[in-house]
Design a protein around this ligand. Sequence first.
Ligand SMILES: NC(=O)c1ccc[n+]([C@@H]2O[C@H](COP(=O)([O-])OP(=O)(O)OC[C@H]3O[C@@H](n4cnc5c(N)ncnc54)[C@H](O)[C@@H]3O)[C@@H](O)[C@H]2O)c1
Length: 375
Amino acid sequence: MIKVEIKTTQNRYPVYLRQGILPLTGRFLRGCFSPCPVLLITDRNVFGHYGEICRKSLLQEGFKPIVAVVEGGEKDKSLKSASKLYSYAMEEGLDRKSVVLALGGGVTGDLAGFVAATYMRGLPFVQVPTTLLAMVDSSVGGKVAVNHPRGKNMIGAFYQPSLVLADPVVLKTLPQREFTAGLAELIKYGIILDKSLFRQFEHFALTCNKQPQEGQESIFLQLNNTFTLLRFIAKAVLIKGRVVAQDEKENGLRRILNFGHTFGHALEMATSYEYYLHGEAVAVGMIAATRLAARLKILGEKTAERILALLFRLNPPPPPPGLTAESVLNALPADKKKEGRELVFILPSAIGKTTVCKSPPVEELSAAINEYLKN
Ligand SMILES: NC(=O)c1ccc[n+]([C@@H]2O[C@H](COP(=O)([O-])OP(=O)(O)OC[C@H]3O[C@@H](n4cnc5c(N)ncnc54)[C@H](O)[C@@H]3O)[C@@H](O)[C@H]2O)c1
């Protein structure tokens, strides 16, 4: 078992990473809480796979699981869903001595965390991530939110969990597309902060025995259910933990985790959140940001090529028909990461290093987007 300790100003909490930890959820909760009601929030899909395992393990340790199943998907990450969950929590008599547990991907984690942060001014919160993206990113660091029709994650809080339990065994049932989307966030850490992690991915891509044909899935799918993946996840959690410890509320250093996200969020918005998975949009966003960095001479051509080569191994989706550079550019200012009137981009300046670029020329932005649209 790997344990990573996350330290923030709000609290300090462990992330336990272990094959087969899910059926032990109740036992790990007992290490933190006395028996109490636990609002187990999950989506329909995940409930079908893992809901009963989690519920039974809570029961075995004397907790009272109260299961709330949401539909899932980005549309469910809303104030409407949160409101339904508040009503259910009230009907079931949940109080400050209860715990909220998120079992699922980033959507469930963000929604459940938002409910935990706001119901009765805050209940203890536990994350049990079941997607790769949630294991390496959203379950750690305390960003919780719901979407607003005018922007993604616009209503939220910084609210740290008390405990995170990640069981990579559950990734076996994760659809391949979702797995690859999570890998994009994992590779991101290598590009922005950890040269050795980047090199390990490059090494894997080079030595991996099965090379994909054009149009086939990413070769990185072969990582699923391997010890190498477990080590990569641990590394990502460690890196994210270090960043969050230094800048919990994203006033400085933490912004580097947004590499690829300014373009990514614009792509998601320009396609009404219906075409890309979040991690896919981030992968395309990282490609555009790398090209932008090369165009602005912030990044050398050869290094840009190395980063692009790795990102293309993820087989990011082609642009949907009808998507124009103009519609993506129009979606950019809606990103809440803009500072005042300035658009802020995190761009790589070397492997493992980034720089902040404020309001780059529109022609360069447009050219970086067009390179993707035309390929
Ligand atoms: N809070 C943060 O710091 C942070 C960071 C990154 C992303 N996010 C948010 O995370 C969300 C995306 O999260 P996601 O990619 O995990 O998507 P998701 O939660 O929608 O899960 C993806 C799909 O996989 C299914 N699924 C989950 N685990 C499964 C499993 N083990 N087996 C089979 N199916 C499974 C789900 O039912 C869903 O259909 C976005 O809303 C994004 O904004 C938050």
